[in-house]
Design a protein around this ligand. Structure first.
Ligand SMILES: [Zn+2]
Ligand SMILES: [Zn+2]
Length: 214
C-alpha cells in the first residue's frame, strides 16, 4: 500500500470509528464493522443511522471501484432497495461511481459521495416508504443503460454500447472508428470525442473494457 492510500485509509478509520480492517483474500483492503453516519441530503430531514458493512477496496482504487456488502440483514432483500441477494449494494452505475470517486480520490470521498447517499436513501425509505429519495433509476441493467444515456447524451442502447466499447479501445484507434452519436463522421472528427475523453481521464482502457454492455 502506498503512502497516499495509507493516509486515505487512516482518514476513513478516523471518520468511521466503527469500521476496522479485516483479513482479505484478494488484492486490496477489507474494512468491516458498524458504519455509522449522520446526513441530510438534498434538503431532506437529517438522519442518523448505521449499517453493518463489509467494504472491499481494490488495490487499484480509485481506478477500480470498491464493493460493499451489507452483513446485518437490515436492508430488505428482494424489495426495491438496490441490493443484490448476496448483500452487495447497488450504489449506482459503474461510470457514475467512477466519476464521483474521481472528484474525491480517497476512501472518505467514496463514503461521502457514494455510500452515505445510498444508505441515507435506504433509511429514508425504511422510515417513510415510497421511492428512493434520489436516483429513481431501475435496478440492474436497464438502470445502468438509462444512467449512461444521461451521462453520455445518447438515446439508443446500441449507441451507448458502442460508446463504452470505444472507451475500451486506445484513443488513437477509437478516434478512427465511426462516432456513436449518429453524426456519420469518425469519432475523432466529432465533438463527441471530448465527452469520451473526459471519462478516459478517470480510468485506464482496461477498466472500461471490463464494463462492456451487451
Ligand atoms: Zn440497483
Ligand atoms: Zn458524432
Amino acid at each position: 500500500m502506498g503512502v497516499k492510500a495509507l493516509n486515505s485509509l487512516n482518514q476513513f478509520l478516523d471518520d468511521y470509528p466503527g469500521m476496522s480492517t479485516a483479513p482479505c483474500s484478494d488484492a486490496g483492503i477489507c474494512l468491516r464493522g458498524r458504519f455509522r453516519f449522520k446526513a441530510s441530503i438534498s434538503g431532506n430531514d437529517e438522519i442518523e443511522d448505521f449499517y453493518m458493512l463489509e467494504i472491499f477496496v481494490p488495490d487499484k482504487f480509485p481506478q477500480a471501484l470498491p464493493e460493499v456488502k451489507e452483513t446485518g440483514g437490515k436492508i430488505p432483500r428482494g424489495g426495491n432497495f438496490h441490493i443484490y441477494s448476496d448483500g452487495s449494494l447497488c450504489l449506482g452505475s459503474p461510470l457514475r461511481l467512477l466519476k464521483k470517486i474521481h472528484s474525491a480520490q480517497n476512501l472518505t470521498g467514496f463514503a461521502d459521495k457514494c455510500l452515505v447517499p445510498y444508505l441515507y436513501a435506504v433509511s429514508y425509505k425504511l422510515m417513510h416508504g415510497g421511492d428512493f429519495v434520489f436516483g429513481e433509476l431501475a435496478h440492474g441493467d436497464q438502470g445502468i443503460v438509462d444512467d449512461y444515456s444521461i451521462m453520455l447524451g445518447l438515446q439508443e442502447r446500441y449507441q451507448i454500447i458502442k460508446a463504452i466499447q470505444l472507451l475500451g479501445v486506445k484513443k488513437r484507434i477509437a478516434n478512427k472508428r465511426p462516432c456513436p452519436c449518429g453524426c456519420g463522421k469518425r469519432l475523432g472528427a466529432c465533438l463527441f470525442h471530448h465527452k469520451l475523453n473526459e471519462f478516459r481521464k478517470m480510468a485506464p482502457v482496461a477498466w472500461f473494457k471490463t464494463q462492456a454492455l451487451n
